[in-house]
Design a protein around this ligand. Structure first.
Ligand code: ZN
Length: 415
């Protein structure tokens, strides 16, 4: 087999922008970054060791690699002997190239825009406009107060029959493709792809090209990788510094996809920030910020009304400290992204053949997060709080259904 051609559709646009925040460029790099993050979470979830790329990643021993190749070992085995963790073996490390090529095609770019509740239009508009580049990327802002008008210079990617092609670049073709199938299935089913998934982007549905047999075989291969890594760490303990405990792992991960049966009135009432794509209401509503942060606001002067949003809901239930650790930042629009958010909310989207809006909420909540906090929720209480906010009697979309759920089950990962 030469490669894998996977057809997919975007449910919410894909954001793969680079430092200049232009999403129509550097598509592959953005996707690879998010796939690597998922692969790390999977390997750690299975109990395996991976390096921490933010600390420089694995130390590749080029001599050991060459020696192993000369002695007749395959590329994968040679990488183990050169001291690489399973993630670096697959995605490459300094001195060793990635084991596959990834190309994306059949996508169009659309202008970036958002939607927000009229009550928070101005504050949300200012924040999103700044966050997504403002004038630096060619955006404009005119008018004052509630009459402020925004445009964005950035764009997002959209494809109803988009294509990604994965081509292995070493001799163990099928193994690479199987691992990739497992990885892509997990990432898209329970999370998202590309950058800015915490801002609603990157909801993908695979249409074809990923066979269930491949996914199962990929999972087996990743599991076998771990055994090799364990053996290599035993031989060479200094190569594996202790695993940091606050990194993403499937063990502390949850995901819920909701089918919203009561969202239409909310959607109809939203006001655009930027210039909407004409057909968006058939496909998605870019309002993740509204749901996650705030769709109604307590008047700070009169004290009337109440804040409505996932974040204020958590604050009321669990207090400021817990909320800031889960949603990032120190509160306030300006600080909200200073610490990465642990909980991510998609934009609203439609799935083929269903007229109702859908929404995905997912996150990783490592126990280590709570080290300095006395009163904090367990993972299942975090999920419960999300659930109550989304579909509870006093929630944002009462009576909605949860249609896909991820919870870590150790038995999934044992032989
Ligand atoms: Zn590594």
């Amino acid at each position: 087999m030469d490669g894998l051609a996977v057809e997919f559709r975007t449910l919410t646009p894909l954001w793969t922008g680079d430092a200049q925040r232009r999403s129509d460029q550097v598509r592959e790099a953005g996707l690879l970054g998010s796939l690597r993050w998922w692969y790390e979470g999977i390997v750690r979830g299975m109990g395996g060791y991976t390096c921490d790329p933010s600390q420089g990643g694995c130390d590749f021993d080029g001599n050991a690699y060459e020696k192993a190749i000369a002695a007749g070992y395959g590329e994968a085995e040679a990488a183990v002997r050169a001291g690489l963790c399973p993630v670096c073996r697959f995605f490459g490390a300094t001195g060793l190239k990635r084991r596959f090529r990834l190309e994306i095609s059949e996508m169009d770019s659309h202008p970036l825009f958002f939607k927000a509740s009229p009550q928070v239009y101005q504050a949300a508009g200012n924040w999103l406009w700044r966050m997504f580049g403002g004038e630096d990327t060619g955006g404009t802002k005119t008018g004052r107060g509630p009459d402020t008008r925004f445009t964005f210079g950035s764009s997002v990617l959209w494809g109803e029959r988009a294509l990604t092609r994965i081509t292995p670049v070493d001799s163990e073709h099928d193994d690479i493709l199987k691992r990739f199938a497992f990885l892509l299935d997990t990432a898209t089913r329970f999370g998202g792809l590309g950058a800015k998934t915490q801002n609603g982007f990157g909801q993908i549905r695979i249409l074809n090209g990923v066979l269930p047999e491949f996914i199962a075989a990929g999972k087996d291969l990743v599991r076998r990788d771990l055994e090799k890594t364990e053996a290599s760490i035993r031989e060479n303990p200094r190569k594996a510094p202790p695993q940091r405990e606050d990194l993403f792992t499937l063990r502390s991960f949850f995901s819920r996809t909701y089918r919203l049966t009561t969202a239409e009135t909310y959607v109809q009432g939203l006001r655009p920030i930027g210039v909407p794509w004409e057909h968006h209401l058939r496909h998605y509503v870019p309002c993740a910020f509204d749901i996650r942060y705030k769709s109604q606001q307590r008047n700070p002067f009169s004290g009337l009304g109440r804040d409505v949003g996932l974040r204020p809901f958590f604050r009321k239930r669990w207090g400021d400290e817990v909320t800031n650790l889960l949603f990032g930042g120190l509160g306030g629009y300006r600080g909200a992204e200073r610490i990465a958010s642990r909980i991510r909310v998609s934009h609203l989207f439609k799935v083929p053949g269903d007229d109702h809006w859908h929404l995905k909420v997912w996150g990783d909540v490592p126990p280590r997060l709570w080290e300095q906090v006395d009163r904090h929720p367990k993972l299942e209480e975090v999920v419960q709080t999300v659930d109550e906010f989304i579909r509870g009697e006093k929630g944002m979309f009462p009576g909605s259904q949860s249609i896909e759920e991820y919870e870590f089950k150790p038995e999934e990962f044992l032989g």
